[in-house]
Design a protein around this ligand. Sequence first.
Ligand code: NJP
Length: 237
Amino acid sequence: SKRTAVITGASAGIGEATARALAEAGFHVVLGARRLDRLEKLAADLSGTAHVLDVSDPASVAAFVQQIPQCHVLVNNAGGARGLERVAEADEDHWRWMWEVNVLGTLRMTKALLPKLIESGDGHVITVTSIAGHEVYDGGSGYTSAKHAQSALHRTLRSEHLGEPVRVTEIIPGMVETDFSANRFDGDTERASKVYQGLTPLAARDVAEAIAFAATRPSHVNLDSIVIKPRDQYNGS
Ligand code: NJP
């Protein structure tokens, strides 16, 4: 029978592309996000299942997980950024949103599904963090701090569950063309389009293929992390 992959934030962008790539790779896909109408269309397309999920709401996470009989792969993808304020002007509502979804959302989903992942005999937690989780940039402290925390939480699993049948892979993308920037700037698409600064961003599909590659390695292979960026994007010194 098919292995089951649960994908959070599957209604758009990287999550939607990942649902397609994992279904093509032979997984039964279980899709979660807040926009159920979009999820249901995609699930019908992929012969998967869809359930409403708000990772920032513990009750929603509990209800979602209750409907899943088994889980081999969990893709913690739901996330995003809000605003771009320097520390001196930091907006606490933006910070709270980013920490709730990226950090606590990943924690809640991972905690809730770990028993099923281990029980499957070949579990795999794949978390989409960001290069923002490994460096800093002006105006980015809310997002970078949340992504650093998400990365640290994710990597801790790798050592805590060593010797158990659970693999742990961090996906670290650079710029990807999705609704991410428009959402970050509250629908201001003109500001969002300036983000790419002339470089060709990754497509969501590029990241999805890296996720599918990790998910389809033999069970004794752990890809600790995959850094994937547009050719012309360089960060770091
Ligand atoms: O963004 P977008 P991406 N509960 O906005 C869902 C990281 N990343 O695909 O709930 C459950 O197109 C939302 O669904 P809905 C980024 O940090 C990106 O680019 O229906 N789901 C939608 O499906 C994030 O972790 C870039 O609104 C929730 C999805 O999340 C991941 O990639 C670069 C939710 C967001 O889709 C996917 O982002 C990078 C909630 N409370 C890392 N809130 C980039 N794009 O450049 C939102 O390094 N969602």
